[in-house]
Design a protein around this ligand. Structure first.
Ligand code: GDP
Ligand code: MG
Length: 345
C-alpha cells in the first residue's frame, strides 16, 4: 500500500528554514483508486523567495584561504612564493596532488600578467563545463525526468530536494517527490512538508518499507499523471556499509527497468564542510550507482571552497548546484566561470 497526495497550494510567506520534523502521525488512509488519476491542480509557485547570492555564500571562503591566496599572488609569476601558494590551496581543500599540479602549471604560464591571473586560469580550467540552465532531461515526452538524491547522513539531501522542488515548480514544471528514505517516519514527514510547501505531488510508503518499491510506485504515478520531474529522497548511508549500497543499486535498477533508456540523474549531495573525507564517499557512491551530478551543500558554512575543484577532478562529474544557506532560494545553479570570479572577487 502506498500513499499518494495531490499538491497543495504552497504556503506563500511560510518559513523557509529547514522543514521542522512534524510529529509522527498515523499513515493516511489509502486514497480512493480514482484519486490517482485526477487532473493535477497546478499550485501557484511561491514568489516570496529571493535567490541566494553566490558572493555572499562564498564569504567564508573568500575571507579564508582565498584572501591570503590573493595576497600572495599580487606579483608576477616569476616572483611569487609558489610554495606558500601550494600550501594555501591545500588548506582550502583543493587537495595535495591537485594543488601541486595547479602550481606547476601556473608557474609555467608565460602569458599571464600576474601570478593571480595564472592561478585563476588554471583553477578555472579544472572545472567541468556546466550550463547553469541545466535541467534534468526526460527520455521521451511520456516519461518523467528522474532525479535520485544520494549521499551520507545529514549532508543536505532532503533540504536540497525542497529547494529543487521550489525551483522547478516556480518554472511551471509538475514535480512528484518520492519518499524513498523510509528509514525513519520523521524523514517521510520532513519530505511531505517540503512537498506541501512547494505544491508537489507526493508518494510514500510506511516507515521501514522497501525504498525501491516507493520509487517504483512513484514512477508509476508520475507516468499516469504526466508529471514532468520525479525527485526521490533516499536515506543517508555510509559508503562503507555494503548492504545499504546494494539497496541503492536496487533503486537504480528499478528506475532503469521501469523507464528503459531514461538515464536518471543521480545527484550526490556532498556536505562542503566535510572536505577531503567527502571524496572517498563520493568515489564509492559513483562506483555503486553511477553519479551524474554533484550538489555541493553548505558551501556557505565552509572557508574551504576549494573542495569544488577537488571533487570534479576526482570524479569527472559536474557540480550542478551549490547550496549556500537553509532558505528555499539558497540553491544556485553552478556556473563554473561565475564561481571562480566570485572566489577571486
Ligand atoms: N548552511 C546550510 N545548511 C544547510 C544547507 N543544506 C542543508 N543544510 C542543513 O543541513 C542539515 C541537514 O539537512 P538534511 O536535508 O536534513 O540532510 P539529509 O540527511 O542529507 O537529508 C539541516 O539542518 C539543513 O538545514 C546549505 O546549503 N547551507
Ligand atoms: Mg534526509
Amino acid at each position: 500500500m502506498f500513499h499518494f497526495r495531490k499538491p497543495k497550494q504552497p504556503e506563500v510567506g511560510a518559513e523557509a528554514e529547514q522543514a521542522p520534523e512534524a510529529p509522527a502521525r498515523e499513515p493516511a488512509a489509502e486514497p480512493a483508486a480514482e484519486s490517482l488519476f485526477e487532473v493535477e491542480a497546478h499550485a501557484a509557485p511561491a514568489t516570496d523567495e529571493t535567490p541566494g547570492d553566490l558572493a555572499e555564500g562564498l564569504q567564508k571562503s573568500r575571507g579564508g584561504f582565498m584572501s591570503r591566496l590573493r595576497g600572495l599572488l599580487k606579483s608576477g609569476p616569476a616572483e611569487a612564493d609558489w610554495d606558500s601558494v601550494e600550501e594555501l590551496l591545500i588548506g582550502g581543500d583543493v587537495g595535495g596532488a591537485l594543488a601541486a599540479e595547479v602550481v606547476e602549471r601556473a608557474r609555467a604560464r608565460k602569458d599571464s600578467p600576474t601570478a593571480e591571473a595564472a592561478v585563476r586560469e588554471e583553477l578555472a580550467a579544472l572545472l567541468i563545463p556546466s550550463d547553469p540552465r541545466w535541467r534534468p532531461a526526460r527520455a521521451t515526452p511520456d516519461q518523467p525526468a528522474v532525479l535520485l538524491m544520494v549521499g551520507v547522513n545529514g549532508t543536505g539531501k532532503t533540504t536540497t530536494i525542497g529547494k529543487l522542488a521550489h525551483l522547478y515548480r516556480a518554472e511551471g514544471s509538475s514535480v512528484l517527490l518520492a519518499a524513498a528514505d523510509t528509514f525513519r517516519a520523521a524523514a517521510i514527514d520532513q519530505l511531505r512538508i517540503w512537498s506541501d510547501r512547494s505544491g508537489c505531488q507526493f508518494v510514500s510508503h510506511a516507515p521501514g518499507a522497501d525504498p525501491a518499491a516507493v520509487i517504483y510506485d512513484a514512477i508509476d504515478a508520475a507516468v499516469a499523471r504526466h508529471v514532468d520531474i520525479v525527485i526521490a529522497d533516499t536515506a543517508g548511508r555510509l559508503h562503507t556499509k555494503s548492504n545499504l549500497m546494494d539497496e541503492l543499486a536496487k533503486m537504480r535498477r528499478v528506475i532503469d527497468r521501469r523507464l528503459p533508456g531514461a538515464a536518471p540523474e543521480v545527484l550526490f549531495v556532498l556536505d562542503a564542510t566535510t572536505g577531503q573525507n567527502g571524496l572517498a564517499q563520493a568515489r564509492v557512491f559513483h562506483e555503486t550507482v553511477g553519479l551524474t551530478g554533484i550538489v555541493l551543500a553548505k558551501l556557505d558554512s565552509t572557508a574551504k571552497g576549494g573542495i569544488v575543484f577537488a571533487i570534479e577532478d576526482a570524479l569527472h562529474v559536474p557540480v550542478r548546484f551549490v547550496g549556500v544557506g537553509e532558505k528555499l532560494g539558497d540553491l544556485l545553479p553552478f556556473d563554473p566561470a561565475a564561481f571562480v570570479s566570485a572566489l577571486f572577487a
